[in-house]
Design a protein around this ligand. Structure first.
Ligand SMILES: [Zn+2]
Length: 285
């Protein structure tokens, strides 16, 4: 084990203990931290799956967020002078965003960004459902559907173009690109594929929905420098799956924005949002 490994592991266990204590005592609310943050949601509804939060939980989240923060549209978390701002993002454009999340967003009148995997809109292409059920971390040949032909995986349930048009027309929702085929960008070697998955996907969204699209989300939070370059040439900002808050929004890399995982236990999400965790991380190194 390296010299830094043990303190880091101790710190992770300590953060969980602190987060639980915070859940019971709310001590972090007294900690003067003015960080902004981006929250990463996936599915909203039942039954609970990966990244899923229930509608009740989502409502409680919004009660808390609208009370403790200013809930803003994504670009506003990067603005100078804005403090304690959070932006909501939803990955994968599932039907339950339309059915469960959007009515609550309207009720609370808060904005959100919805990241769309374009090839899955209106129906999953044959043999590609695994891209929402398996992880590229575990599969060297993740981008090759032939490696997954024997797997039975359920259709991810991305919404239709009709629903997406209705969603995109709502002033509270901004649509962003989540590639065409939800592939592992970190393993793409040729520029043509990167351009089709990043710029081509954006162009199709703009054409079909009649809106401007300038926000991007890396599937699985994975990317290469070449992928970031193509995103930078075609979009105004991009979110990753790296955990973190924006303690210095103006200094943040707009093409690698960290996020807080909204589906984790409530005490954990609130502790992460407090910013205290990240300051302690810096201390531990
Ligand atoms: Zn995704």
């Amino acid at each position: 084990m390296s010299g830094a490994g043990l303190p880091r592991r101790l710190a992770r266990g300590g953060f969980e203990a602190l987060a639980r204590l915070d859940g019971a005592t709310q001590f972090s609310r007294h900690y003067p931290d003015e960080s902004n943050a981006v929250l990463a949601y996936h599915a909203v509804g039942e039954p609970a799956g990966y990244g899923n939060v229930s509608v009740d939980r989502f409502r409680r989240d919004l009660d808390y967020l609208t009370d403790a923060f200013e809930v803003v549209d994504l670009p506003a978390v990067l603005e100078a002078g804005g403090e304690k701002r959070v932006a909501l993002t939803f990955d994968d454009a599932y039907d339950d965003f339309y059915e469960n999340a959007l009515p609550v967003l309207r009720e609370y009148r808060v904005p959100a960004t919805l990241f769309v995997p374009v090839a899955f809109v209106g129906g999953c292409p044959d043999g590609y459902a695994y891209r929402f059920a398996r992880s590229p971390v575990d599969h060297e040949a993740f981008n090759d559907p032939a490696a997954f032909v024997d797997e039975s995986v359920r259709d991810p349930g991305v919404m239709s173009w009709d629903r997406l048009r209705e969603v995109a027309a709502d002033p509270l929702v901004t649509v962003g690109t989540h590639t065409r085929t939800h592939l592992d960008l970190a393993r793409v070697r040729d520029r043509k594929t990167l351009e089709d998955e990043i710029v081509g996907a954006r162009d199709e969204l703009e054409d079909r929905l009649g809106v401007a699209v300038d926000r991007f989300c890396y599937p699985f939070g994975r990317y290469s420098e070449a992928a970031v370059d193509v995103v930078r040439e075609s979009h105004a900002m991009a979110v990753t799956s790296e955990r973190g808050v924006l303690s210095d929004p103006e200094a943040a890399d707009a093409y690698r924005l960290p996020r807080v995982r909204a589906h984790e236990p409530t005490h954990r999400v609130r502790f992460d949002l407090s910013g205290l965790r990240w300051r302690l991380t810096e201390l531990v190194g």
